[in-house]
Design a binder for this molecule. Structure first.
Ligand code: GLU
Length: 449
C-alpha cells in the first residue's frame, strides 16, 4: 500500500470516551503500520454543542495515549471551501431545495411506517413548481438542501465487514445544508476526505449506511472513494451499549481517577475485537509492527474493566525504573531508588499505589502496639542487618520460638507496630525497605518513626 493517509474525526461535543479512543488507536496504528500519515480532524459543524474545552480534552487525551498526529484540521475553518463545493453540486443538480418543516417530515415518516413502508424521503420537494417554492419563501420558509442519490447499487469491500451492498433506492436523500445555510457533517466530511487526500476511512459501524451515501458524494465530486473499515461498536460486559452505561468512561477518567497507564488502555483497545491476543504492551512500536486490520471481525467486542486493570498491573510489573523515576518525582516521591522500585513493582496494580508503600517504608507511621512485652520480645530476636526478602520469615520464625505465638496472633501485632495498620503491603517486601533502625523505633512505639 502506498501513501496511506487516515484520519480520526471526533466531534468536540464531550470528553474523549473509550469507544472513540479505540477508533483513534486503531486508525493511528493502521496509519503507522503502513508508514502513513494521521490527520486529526475536529468535526465541529454543530456549533452549539462543540466546545473548545472538549477539543482540548481530545487533544490532551490523544497525546497522553501516545497518538501524535501529523496534521490537524478543523471544519469551522473551512467554510469558504464548503461554499465552493456547494455551488458546484447545486449547479450539477445534485443538491435540491426542500421546504418541509420537521413536523411535516415526521408526519410523512409516521404515515409510511403505518403502511408498512420504510421511512425513506419521498422526494416531494423535487415535484414543487417554481410558484410553490416562491409561495413557501414568501411565507418565510427557508429551504434545507438534500443530496440527490442515484438509484443504483452501491457496493464496496469493507476492510472489516467484507462485501457490502446497498441500493440507492433504499436510502433517503441526505440533508446536507440546514435551513440557516450551514453545511452538515456528511458534506463537510466528504469534502475534507477529498481535500486531505484520505486513503482510508476507519470509523464505527454506526456509519455504514452513511458510507453508502458518501460513496455517491465522492463520485459526484469527481473522486474515487477511499477504502473503508467499519469497526463494530464496543459493548459493556453485559452486552449493553458502552456509551450508555459507561458514558462517563472517558480517557480523562481512566487517567485522572483510575490512575491507569496509557499503554494499558492502548493494549486493550488496539486488539479488542481482533483475532490477535490482547497482551500487555509497554512499547508502541511492537503494537505498530504487529497491527493487522484484517484480524478484526464483525462481532461486538466487550469492554471489561477487570481486564484493563489486569493489563495495567502487568504493564507496571514490566516497567523499568528509568520510565518511572521522573513520574515519581512529579508525584512527590523524588528520592525513589531503583531497589525500592524493583522490590515494590510486582505488588502494584496501579502506579499510584506506590505512595502507600513509600509512606510505610519511610514514615511517618503511627505504630500501634497493644502488647508492649510481645513487641519487646520480637525486638530482641530481630535479625541483624543487612535485611533481605528472607528476613521476615527468619524473624517471625524466631519470634514464634521465643514467644510460642503463631498465625494471626504472631503476625498482626507485628504488622500493626511496623506499619500502623492492620492491612497493607506485603511485609516480606516491605521489611528490608523499612530497615532495622526504623523497625526498632516502631516496635518501641515511637510515633512518626
Ligand atoms: N464526527 C463523526 C463521529 O464522531 C466522524 C465520523 C467519521 O469518521 O467520519 O462519529
Amino acid at each position: 500500500m502506498n501513501k496511506v493517509k487516515a484520519r480520526f474525526a471526533p466531534s468536540p461535543t464531550g470528553f474523549l470516551h473509550a469507544g472513540n479512543a479505540r477508533t483513534a488507536i486503531v486508525t493511528w496504528l493502521f496509519a503507522r503500520h503502513h508508514s502513513g500519515r494521521f490527520l486529526l480532524r475536529i468535526d465541529d459543524t454543530d456549533r452549539e454543542r462543540s466546545k473548545t474545552e472538549f477539543e482540548e480534552d481530545i487533544e490532551s487525551s490523544l497525546m497522553w495515549l501516545g497518538l501524535a498526529w501529523d496534521e490537524k484540521a478543523r471544519q469551522r475553518d473551512r467554510d469558504g471551501r464548503y461554499r465552493e463545493v456547494i455551488e458546484k453540486l447545486k449547479a450539477d443538480g445534485r443538491l435540491y431545495a426542500c421546504y418541509e418543516t420537521p413536523e411535516e417530515l415526521s408526519l410523512k415518516r409516521k404515515t409510511q411506517l403505518s403502511r408498512g413502508l420504510p421511512p425513506i424521503y419521498d422526494r416531494g420537494a423535487l415535484k414543487l413548481s417554481g410558484d410553490q417554492k416562491k409561495k413557501y419563501e414568501s411565507e418565510g420558509r427557508r429551504p434545507h438542501w438534500r443530496f440527490k442519490l442515484e438509484h443504483r447499487p452501491i457496493e464496496w469491500n469493507d476492510i472489516v465487514r467484507g462485501a457490502i451492498s446497498f441500493n440507492g433506492t433504499d436510502l433517503s436523500d441526505p440533508v446536507l445544508i440546514r435551513e440557516d445555510g450551514t453545511p452538515l457533517y456528511h458534506l463537510c466530511s466528504v469534502i475534507d476526505d477529498v481535500d486531505y487526500d484520505i486513503t482510508h476511512v476507519v470509523r464505527g459501524e454506526d456509519h455504514v449506511s452513511n458510507t453508502a451515501m458518501h460513496i455517491q458524494m465522492f463520485e459526484a465530486m469527481g473522486r474515487t472513494p477511499p477504502a473503508f473499515a467499519h469497526l463494530p461498536l464496543i459493548s459493556d460486559i453485559e452486552g449493553g451499549k458502552l456509551s450508555k452505561r459507561l458514558g462517563s468512561l472517558s480517557v480523562r477518567e481512566l487517567r485522572d481517577n483510575e490512575k491507569l497507564e496509557p499503554m494499558a488502555i492502548v493494549s486493550l483497545l488496539a486488539r479488542l475485537g481482533s483475532a490477535d491476543a490482547i497482551e500487555p504492551f509497554t512499547r508502541m512500536q511492537s503494537l505498530i509492527d504487529s497491527f493487522d486490520m484484517s484480524k478484526f471481525s464483525k462481532g461486538a467486542p466487550k469492554f471489561d474493566m477487570e481486564e484493563l486493570l489486569r493489563l495495567n498491573a502487568r504493564i507496571i510489573h514490566e516497567t523499568p525504573f528509568e520510565d518511572v523515576n521522573v513520574r515519581m518525582a512529579k508525584m512527590g516521591i523524588p528520592d525513589l531508588d531503583e531497589n525500592f522500585w524493583l522490590s515494590v513493582r510486582p505488588n502494584l496494580s496501579r502506579l499510584d499505589d506506590i505512595r502507600e508503600w513509600w509512606r510505610v517504608a519511610n514514615g511517618p507511621v503511627d505504630p500501634v502496639v497493644d502488647d508492649a512485652d510481645f513487641a519487646a520480645a520480637a525486638a530482641k530476636v530481630m535479625p541483624p542487618a543487612p535485611w533481605s526478602e528472607n528476613t521476615w520469615k527468619e524473624w517471625t520464625d524466631a519470634v514464634k520460638t521465643a514467644t510460642g505465638r503463631k498465625g494471626k496472633d504472631l503476625f498482626m501485632p507485628l504488622r500493626k507496630a511496623l506499619t500502623g495498620m492492620d492491612h497493607g503491603p506485603e511485609l516480606a517486601v516491605l521489611l528490608p525497605l523499612i530497615g532495622p533502625e526504623k523497625a526498632l523505633r516502631r516496635l518501641n512505639r515511637r510515633a512518626a518513626a
